[in-house]
Design a protein around this ligand. Structure first.
Ligand code: HEC
Length: 495
C-alpha cells in the first residue's frame, strides 16, 4: 500500500511537469506565444497603412488568417526574404527560427486559441508611423500637391526643394520616403542635386536667367556638367599624382533612396551617410499611375543625421563595367572618372553615356534565360555594407561574386527567385572588406518568355528604360572608402 501511494504521488509530480508552461506540448495561445512572434516578424508590414494587405496586430485581425499564416510560414513565403545560397550574414534577414515557425503551426493546429488577455505583451510602436524607432531629424515635403488626372499617362516628374538647414554639411545615415497617396505613387526616387549659380527654384521647378534677362526653365542636362565641380567638403583628398576614380567620386547628382511599394527606406552604419550641404536641392522624381479617379499626392521624405563622430561618406555604384550576355562580352568599360571630372564626358548627360552607364543589350522575345554578367574592377580598398540587385518584371534571379586579387573566386550570395515587387536591399551584419585589385561580378537573369506571369509582352524585344515594362540590370553595391577619414567636427567648423 505504502509503495503504491508513492508511485501515484510521483506520477502526480510528473503530471505537473508535463503540463508546465515551458513544455512544447502545451498548446500555444495567441496572447502568450503567438503575438510576440507576429510583433517581431510581421508587424513592420502587417499593420494599418503599411504595405501588406491586412493588419496582423490583434487577435480579431489574425484569427481569420490562421490557416493562411500556417501555409505561408511553412512554405517560407512569409516573411519575405530573397537570399538563397550565401557566404554572408545579413542584418535585415527576416527568416524566422524553426522554433517560431513550429509555435505558429501548432497554434493553428490547436484551433488558434486566444488565451489570457493578461498575457498579451505591449504591441510595438512606430513613432509617427516611421520605420525607424524615432522621429526623423528633418522631414522634407514635396513643394506642391500634385493632381493626378484619372486618364492621363505621366512621365517621370521632378520637383526640387532646397536643403532646409544652414549649419554646414550633414551625413544622412537613414532616410525614408512616404507617399501621401499610396494608390497613385508607383515609385519615388529621392536624389540630391547641385544647380549652377543663379538658378532660382519656383514651385519646385528650376529656372535660370537668359542673356536678355528673361527667366527660362533650366535645362537639367546642361546643369549636370557644372555639377562636377564640387565643393571641397565633398571631395575626397587625393595623394599628389593620384588619379580620380569612380569609386571615390561623389558626383553632383546623388541618389539618396528609392521608394516602391514594400521598400522606401535606407540605413547605413553609425557615422556613415550621404553628405548633404546647404545650397543643394532635394529632388523628388515621381512616377504616378492614375487610378481612374482624380487623386492628389504630396509625398515626403524623412532624414536621420549621422551623429558624431562622423566617419565616412556612403557611396553606391552599380557593377556595370565589361558586360557579358549569355557568356559573350558586349561592351567595354564606362567613361573614365577623370574624363567625367574634367567635363570631357558627363555621366547621364548624353545618350551614349547613359547607355554606357545603365545599358542593357536588347532581350530577345521568348528568351527565358537571358543572362547578363557585369564586372567592376575595385581600384582602391573598400568596405561593402550592402547590396541592391535591381531588375524589372522580367528579372528572374541575381547573383553576386567576388574574385580576389589572388584569383580566388567566391560566391557572396544569390537570389534564386527575384521578385520585382520586393525591391530588397540586403544589408550586411558584418561589413565586407574588398581589397584593391579585386573584381566584383553581378549576374542578372531575365525571363522574357510567356511562362513569366509578370511579363506584359513576351513577343517583344525589350530595351533598357526606367519603365517597369522595360528592363534594367543593375547590381548595386553600397560601400565606404577605407582611406577616407572625415575631420572631427571642430576641424570642420574651422575650415
Ligand atoms: C516585409 C513585409 C512583410 C513582412 C515582414 C511580412 N509580410 Fe506577409 N505579406 C506582405 C505583403 C506585401 C503581402 C501581399 C503580397 C504577397 O503575398 O506577397 C503579404 C501577404 C501575406 C499573407 C497572404 C495574404 C493573402 O492575401 O493571401 C499572409 C498569410 C501573410 N502575409 C502572413 C505573414 C506573416 C505571418 C508574417 C510574419 C511571420 C508576415 N506575413 C510578414 C508583407 C510582409
Amino acid at each position: 500500500m505504502k509503495v503504491r501511494r508513492v508511485v501515484v504521488a510521483l506520477a502526480g509530480v510528473f503530471g505537473i511537469l508535463w503540463s508546465s508552461p515551458s513544455d512544447a506540448r502545451q498548446t500555444p495561445t495567441f496572447t502568450k506565444d503567438v503575438a510576440p512572434i507576429l510583433y517581431k516578424n510581421c508587424s513592420q508590414c502587417h499593420r494599418p497603412d503599411e504595405v501588406a494587405p491586412m493588419s496582423l496586430m490583434t487577435y480579431e485581425e489574425v484569427r481569420p488568417w490562421a490557416r493562411s499564416i500556417k501555409s505561408k510560414v511553412l512554405k517560407k513565403e512569409m516573411p519575405p526574404w530573397g537570399v538563397g545560397e550565401s557566404s554572408l550574414k545579413f542584418s535585415n534577414d527576416r527568416q524566422m527560427s524553426e522554433k517560431e515557425i513550429d509555435t505558429l503551426v501548432s497554434w493553428v493546429d490547436a484551433g488558434a486559441p486566444k488565451g489570457n488577455d493578461a498575457d498579451l505583451p505591449a504591441s510595438p510602436t512606430y513613432p509617427g508611423g516611421w520605420k525607424f524607432n524615432r522621429e526623423p531629424d528633418v522631414v522634407i515635403t514635396m513643394p506642391v500637391e500634385f493632381r493626378i488626372e484619372p486618364r492621363s499617362e505621366y512621365p517621370m516628374l521632378d520637383f526640387y526643394v532646397p536643403v532646409p538647414w544652414t549649419d554646414g554639411m550633414k551625413l544622412i545615415q537613414m532616410s525614408e520616403a512616404r507617399p501621401s497617396n499610396k494608390a497613385v505613387v508607383h515609385h519615388i526616387t529621392v536624389s540630391l542635386v547641385t544647380f549652377p549659380p543663379g538658378t532660382e527654384v519656383i514651385d519646385g521647378q528650376p529656372f535660370t536667367t537668359d542673356a536678355s534677362g528673361k527667366k527660362v526653365p533650366l535645362d537639367r542636362r546642361a546643369a549636370r556638367i557644372t555639377e562636377q565641380r564640387l565643393p571641397t567638403e565633398l571631395q575626397i583628398p587625393r595623394e599628389p599624382g593620384e588619379k580620380p576614380d569612380r569609386l571615390g567620386s561623389v558626383g553632383g547628382f546623388t541618389t539618396l533612396l528609392a521608394y516602391v511599394a514594400g521598400r522606401g527606406f535606407d540605413d547605413h552604419p553609425d557615422g556613415v551617410g550621404t553628405p548633404v550641404l546647404p545650397g543643394q536641392y532635394i529632388n523628388f522624381n515621381m512616377h504616378y499611375t492614375p487610378t481612374g479617379r482624380v487623386e492628389t499626392d504630396r509625398s515626403e521624405v524623412g532624414f536621420w543625421f549621422a551623429r558624431e563622430p562622423l566617419k565616412k561618406f556612403h557611396f553606391r555604384t552599380p557593377i556595370n563595367e565589361r558586360q557579358h550576355v549569355n557568356g559573350k562580352i558586349v561592351r567595354g568599360p564606362v567613361p573614365d572618372a577623370a574624363d567625367v571630372e574634367a567635363g570631357r564626358v558627363s555621366q547621364g548627360a548624353t545618350a551614349a553615356t547613359i547607355s554606357a552607364f545603365s545599358g542593357l543589350p536588347p532581350i530577345p522575345p521568348y528568351e527565358s534565360n537571358f543572362t547578363v554578367t557585369s564586372e567592376l574592377t575595385i581600384t582602391q580598398d573598400i568596405t561593402i555594407n550592402g547590396f541592391y540587385p535591381h531588375m524589372h518584371v522580367r528579372g528572374k534571379s541575381a547573383e553576386y561574386k567576388v574574385v580576389y586579387p589572388d584569383g580566388k573566386e567566391q560566391l557572396l550570395f544569390d537570389v534564386p527567385r527575384y521578385r520585382f515587387d520586393w525591391q530588397e536591399r540586403y544589408v550586411l551584419a558584418e561589413p565586407l572588406k574588398i581589397p584593391k585589385g579585386s573584381m566584383l561580378k553581378y549576374k542578372g537573369v531575365f525571363d522574357n518568355s510567356a511562362n513569366n506571369p509578370l511579363n506584359p509582352n513576351p513577343d517583344k524585344e525589350v530595351y533598357w528604360s526606367e519603365q517597369s515594362w522595360d528592363e534594367m540590370s543593375l547590381g548595386w553595391i553600397e560601400y565606404t572608402l577605407d582611406k577616407q577619414k572625415l575631420p572631427a567636427s571642430t576641424e570642420r567648423r574651422e575650415q
